[in-house]
Design a protein around this ligand. Structure first.
Ligand code: PTJ
Length: 249
């Protein structure tokens, strides 16, 4: 990642780095211009969360790791913002959990699909799904519904970060266990998720990987205990309360 020089001592270091990555993503034809707007919206929530991983987001990250490890077939869905912000981190999560990676775009064009797949391969991804597009998500208009039949089409667990609400709902209706990363706890994606991780993707993806590594040798019973005890509504409520109180101490 060709990051600009931002002194780590800068109080808004992480935020500035994130902005630069999104900007570079647009320049490279990876991120859509709408991705800039989405990032701005996310930043506002993150500011109110104190730009930190709250306790319930960490619990959600652990539950997500347990789901990924116990899945028959897990897929990490990557869009233009995810590819710009956490390409190497996504590859590491795939390696730690045995998940596949699939490019799945809201504003889908062949050119962006290929650029994102290449960008992920540059960051160490071995196989990148999504270009085949021989499967469909039912009840969704044409372009956004395209998936690989042996990828998201076949998956029982899907991680969908920064997703648009319609597609998140349609995937949930297919009966898939949906793990969502979204800084807005009120978004339809977060609301429909089996596991909503209300955290910045920059922190969330490495955190899920750390939990997956920690749980690598856990038994099926231990993984089930983690997923079953996770309370999605309590996590959403805690995130909303943290944002509304905006207590930045
Ligand atoms: O690359 P594409 O074509 O698939 O398009 C991707 C975007 C993100 C543009 C598209 O899916 C979109 O328009 O999404 P929305 O409806 O704007 O939703 C994005 C959600 O992600 C919003 O709820 C934001 O608050 C949230 N968000 C934005 N940046 C981050 C974030 N959540 C976590 N980490 C972030 N860095």
């Amino acid at each position: 990642m060709d990051d600009v020089e931002i002194p780590e001592s800068h109080p808004r270091y992480e935020s500035l780095l994130t902005r630069h990555r999104i900007e570079a993503g647009v320049e490279k034809g990876i991120t859509s211009q709408q991705g800039l707007i989405a990032q701005g919206r996310g930043e506002a929530y993150d500011y109110l969360l104190g730009e930190e991983t709250i306790e319930t987001a960490d619990e959600a990250a652990r539950a997500a790791a347990a789901h990924l490890l116990s899945a028959d077939h897990a897929v990490l869905s990557v869009n233009g913002n995810v590819a710009a912000l956490v390409p190497g981190e996504t590859v590491e999560l795939a390696e730690a959990t045995g998940a596949d990676i699939e490019v799945n775009l809201f504003n889908r064009t062949r050119e962006r699909m290929e650029r994102i797949a290449e960008h992920l391969r540059d960051h160490g991804a071995e196989g990148v799904l999504g270009l085949e597009a021989d499967g469909r998500i039912p009840n969704l208009d044409h372009e956004r519904a395209k998936v690989d039949a042996d990828g998201i089409g076949d998956a029982d667990v899907v991680l969908v970060p920064l997703e648009d609400g319609d597609r998140a709902e349609a995937l949930a209706e297919m009966g898939k266990t949906e793990l969502v990363v979204d800084l807005n706890p009120l978004s339809r994606s977060a609301q429909t998720a089996t596991v909503p991780i209300v955290d910045n993707i920059i922190r969330a993806v490495p955190n899920v990987t750390a939990h997956a590594r920690d749980l690598q040798d856990a038994s099926r019973e231990e993984l089930d205990a983690i997923t079953e005890s996770f309370d999605r509504q309590a996590a959403l409520d805690a995130a909303e309360a943290a944002i509304r109180s905006g207590d930045l101490d």
